[in-house]
Ligand binder design. Structure first.
Ligand code: AKB
Length: 354
């Protein structure tokens, strides 16, 4: 019999590493036999690798995926592998391959697995504020908290990729093989649109919201930081534990409670200057300047200042644990201080939910 698994692609990335911890805890709390199968081009840090079955490889390697399907029964997929917005602008073709073709391969895999099991495979897809594209700053100010269906005019390759993959996911879950005489069981596609994510344990790379986490991690190491966007530009952010909570909570929400396949989720909205002020509150020696890079600035200017996440709150009880004060005081600053000052223990041990 094939072992039952939750699969995570892009598992060595920022969200992936945090998600492995959360799924391992969930499995321990639920005393579940379902294992975690991870896939990434890169190895995992050793303490994570020992908790999962890690396969080093590409989401585009269909031979490898065929082998995995023959060895494991995949019950859910967290498809995180992606090239982020700044990197995708430098390599749009590679971004399209990884972000779109990679997702298509995984959706096919999930569709086949659903058919074979006679039960839908849950497919969790992290989308992004990059799917929005506000045309100018006046419109950004006027539409401060965008809803899911507003301003879906991305200005980046990454944003286009994410928006299209949301559509592909919906197609695969609702209409795939719609003309077949006996339409097979289809997958269960669910997606959250994340704001900029901030982790205490990892530093992002290749994104355009990276200035937030970069200034914090630089300050904690006593390094100067030149922020690549204007002080006044505002976007929403979220602490990494809440991003993982959003994925895990959406995965377990009863299908009948979901009124849409794609949900905005957010926590707090800060201008780059306010982000700097938060950092200075805890690390008063931080040396942060603003030296906008006009091209990256344009991308952030096109992203909304905030998200309306009321649908997620209503349908599946979404609520972040960390508002801005708690995020900095209880999660980011203590853990980052530990990280750069020898003590590696994590603050706030997670508990099993009752
Ligand atoms: C990026 O900056 O590309 C990502 C995102 C907002 O999705 N962090």
């Amino acid at each position: 019999m094939r072992a039952k698994v939750s699969m995570i692609t892009g598992a060595a990335g920022e969200v992936g590493q945090a998600l492995i911890r959360a799924l391992a805890e969930r499995a321990a709390c639920e005393q579940s036999e379902r294992r975690i199968l991870t896939l990434d081009l890169n190895p995992l840090p050793p303490e994570l690798a020992e908790q999962v079955i890690h396969v080093q490889g590409s989401v585009l390697d269909t031979g490898l995926l065929d082998r995995l399907v023959s060895e494991y029964e995949i019950e859910e997929i967290f498809h995180l592998a992606a090239l982020l917005s700044t990197r995708a602008e430098f390599s749009p073709d590679a971004a399209h391959r990884v972000n779109v073709e990679g997702t298509l391969v995984l959706l096919h895999l999930a569709a086949q697995q659903s058919e074979w099991r006679g039960e839908p495979v849950r497919f969790l897809f992290p989308s992004s504020i990059a799917v929005f594209g506000l045309p100018d700053l006046a419109t950004k100010e006027q539409y401060a908290r965008v809803r899911e269906w507003e301003w879906n005019y991305p200005t980046t390759m990454y944003g286009c990729n994410k928006l299209y993959c949301e559509m592909l996911g919906i197609y695969f879950s609702r209409h795939y093989r719609q003309l077949a005489a006996d339409r097979p069981t289809s997958l269960d596609f669910r997606s959250v649109r994340f704001p900029g994510l901030v982790s205490a344990f990892t530093v992002p790379s290749g994104g355009t919201s990276d200035y937030g986490p970069e200034m914090l991690h630089a300050a904690a190491q006593g390094k100067r930081y030149a922020c690549f966007v204007r002080e006044d530009v505002r976007i929403p952010f979220m602490a990494m534990p809440d991003a993982v909570k959003a994925l895990v909570d959406l995965a377990k929400a009863p299908q009948e409670s979901l009124s849409r396949p794609v949900y905005n989720v957010t926590s707090f909205s800060l201008s780059a200057g306010e982000f700097r002020d938060q950092v200075l509150q805890y690390l008063p020696d931080a040396q942060i300047t603003f030296e906008p890079d006009l091209k990256r600035q344009r991308i952030v200017d096109s992203w909304p200042a905030d998200l309306d996440d009321s649908a997620a709150r209503r349908d599946w009880g979404w609520a972040p644990d960390y508002d801005v004060d708690r995020a900095f005081a209880e999660y980011l600053v203590p853990n980052i201080r530990r990280r750069y000052h020898a003590d590696q223990s994590e603050v706030s041990a997670p508990e099993c939910a009752s």
